[in-house]
Design a protein around this ligand. Structure first.
Ligand SMILES: [Zn+2]
Ligand SMILES: [Zn+2]
Length: 155
């Protein structure tokens, strides 16, 4: 999990990917990549689309298409939970973090844990070179716990 001496920027990696896969290098795609890397935490396609409208107008189809390319290029990570719209986040430069996922509303929160990080870093994988990790802890968020309590007291 060590950093390379001269890591390529997300833009350079994307250019490399687009050339290798013979995709067009459109300004829209770069604008979306740039926007994604300015966002801390998670977002869904619709929210990204809304954000884009402020500085670079793109269609929702272009947003989805670019998200697919960025996923394929391993520049973003996708989180998909039952019945929830997919959420994304940047793959590079983000801190190693874990996620708690509410099984009722789908809300994802991030948390870091030094001990988990160290344990995974110390782990030896046979015939496998680890690059990063993500852990999911499932449960019910505070809001949904409250809602449930209200329903119970109303009965
Ligand atoms: Zn919830
Ligand atoms: Zn995350």
């Amino acid at each position: 999990m060590k950093e390379e001496s001269a890591p390529l920027s997300p833009t350079e990696l994307f250019t490399d990917y687009l050339i290798r896969h013979k995709h067009r290098k459109t300004p829209e795609r770069y604008a979306i990549l740039e926007k994604i890397y300015s966002i801390d935490g998670h977002f869904n396609a619709e929210a990204l689309y809304e954000l884009m409208q402020n500085d670079y107008r793109v269609s929702l189809a272009t947003v989805y298409n670019t998200l697919d390319l960025l996923l394929d290029a391993a520049l973003i990570v996708k989180h998909q939970f039952d019945g929830q719209p997919a959420q994304y986040e940047k793959a590079l430069g983000a801190s190693m973090h874990n996620h708690s996922v509410c099984t009722v509303c789908g809300r994802i929160k991030e948390f870091t844990d030094k001990k988990i990080f160290q344990a995974i870093q110390a782990k030896e994988f046979a015939n496998f070179k680890s690059s990063h990790y993500s852990l999911y802890v499932y449960g019910v968020c505070k809001k949904c716990q409250k809602k449930k309590k209200q329903i119970n007291t109303n009965l």
